[in-house]
Design a protein around this ligand. Structure first.
Ligand code: APR
Ligand code: PHB
Length: 394
């Protein structure tokens, strides 16, 4: 079999890239190792930057987002029992974020791909990339016990942090940057009305808490917990009691509790690999970078990479611009590192660190008072939260 682009992975990165390329008349095949049900079963954040929403509209799945997505014009921070509104729209000249679960983004992209008839191989085994430094790379995989081979012009490694693509780049060529954060997030999903109409990022002496939502009837909450904690140490009642202790009394009083639909503990990691390309292999999304969820950047940075790769491949096929191919990594990494910076900044601003010195704590307190108490501070938080502009590919 032959195609123009083979995409490894049918998560948000792979599906979004596949849809944009298909809509641009660039044939592509997605190779996914799991089943569609498994891919849809992953619970992930869904705070979409305005640029991400625009890209999803370009992919043709804007209708349900526009109908069901919740546009948030602001976000709240909470520290020292003070609630600080960050007026995103006012501070950024009109930009907002949209609350729309990643699972729904994935579902919509899957449906769009099925409608357009582009090929996706689910349940693929032993996926291997070959000859990525040549001008005819190929991918081999197993389907129903048979070894299959697809020749292509380019491979997009959209296979997440534990995928095969990044490992295809020789270790001597890869430069990896990582920080493991000394705590985790205990998350709970419940069919209860959100405690607040906007998200609340709360610093508390007992630890960070986040009040988020999936809809007007489905809430998502997080608590900072030590890495040693296990989820079965946290029955629902204990979770709700601890969340109430980290909120002001008026919010705690109106918190609607209920049975958890999902509850899990996630570690926090910052990670980037450079370069994000190797010959005709391009890494996209979690295959190349991971952020702590504090800045809600995971899905948005994946969309950022897709934006650049889609535009570069369109310029190559439609205008013969082969010169842009070698610039993908630079375009993508500029925005990735700014997303990493903001995610680390938000994590440091709002979490307590057990190894902090008294001076460190004073610095954190001053940071909160400055960034959340000045126009300049609020503006920098707002413009990063709604998403920095994409660089024009030219
Ligand atoms: N072969 C084929 N598919 C693979 C392989 C492989 N060897 N390894 C992994 N995959 C698939 C996974 O099953 C998954 O469906 O690649 C897909 C990668 O999807 P994600 O991990 O969701 O990564 P990405 O599409 O970049 O989306 C990033 O997901 O993890 C969140 O916070 C992150 O919101 C961000 C988004
Ligand atoms: C979520 O709703 O899961 C969520 C929202 C904002 C974040 C992280 C997670 O920063």
């Amino acid at each position: 079999m032959k195609t123009r682009v083979v995409i490894i992975g049918a998560g948000p990165s792979g599906l979004l890239l596949g849809q944009l390329l298909h809509n641009a008349g660039i044939p592509n095949v997605i190779i996914e190792r799991q089943t569609p049900e498994y891919v849809l079963g992953r619970i992930r954040a869904g705070i979409l930057e305005s640029g991400t929403v625009e890209l999803l509209r370009q992919a043709g799945i804007g209708e349900r987002i526009d109908a069901e997505g919740l546009v948030h014009h602001g976000v709240e921070f909470l520290f020292d029992a003070r609630r600080i509104p960050v007026a995103l729209e006012q501070l950024t000249g009109g930009k907002c974020v949209t609350v729309y679960g990643q699972t729904e983004v994935t579902r919509d992209l899957m449906a769009a791909r099925q409608r357009c008839g582009a090929r996706t191989v689910y349940g693929a085994g032993r996926v291997e990339l070959h000859d990525t430094k040549s001008d005819r790379p190929c991918v081999t995989y197993e389907e129903h016990g048979e070894r299959c081979r697809i020749e292509c012009d380019f491979i997009a490694g959209c296979d997440g942090f534990h995928g095969v693509s990044r490992q295809t780049i020789p270790a001597a060529t890869r430069r990896e940057y990582e920080r493991l954060w000394p705590f985790g997030w205990l998350g709970l999903l419940a069919d209860t009305p959100p405690v607040n109409n906007e998200l609340i990022y709360a610093h508390h002496a007992r630890g960070f808490a986040l009040c988020s939502q999936r809809s007007l009837t489905r809430s998502r909450y997080y608590l900072q917990v030590p890495l040693s904690e296990q989820v079965d140490m946290w029955p629902d009642e204990r979770f709700w009691q601890e969340l109430k202790r980290r909120l002001p009394s008026d919010l705690a009083a109106r918190l609607v509790t209920g049975h958890s639909l999902e509850k899990s503990i996630a570690p926090l990691r910052s990670y980037v690999v450079e370069p994000m390309q190797y010959g005709r292999l391009f890494l996209v999304g979690d295959a190349a970078h991971i952020v702590p969820p504090t800045g809600a950047k995971g899905l948005n940075l994946a969309a950022s990479d897709v934006n650049y790769l889609w535009r570069i491949l369109c310029a190559y096929y439609h205008q013969g611009r082969s010169d842009l191919l070698s610039r993908y990594s630079a375009y993508a990494l500029d925005r990735v590192w700014k997303g990493e910076r903001f995610s680390a900044f938000m994590t440091h601003l709002l979490h307590d660190f057990s190894d902090s010195t008294p001076f460190d704590k004073k610095m954190q307190e001053a940071d909160r008072r400055y960034y959340l108490g000045s126009q300049a501070g609020l503006t920098t938080i707002a413009e990063n939260y709604v998403g920095l502009p994409f660089e024009t590919v030219a």
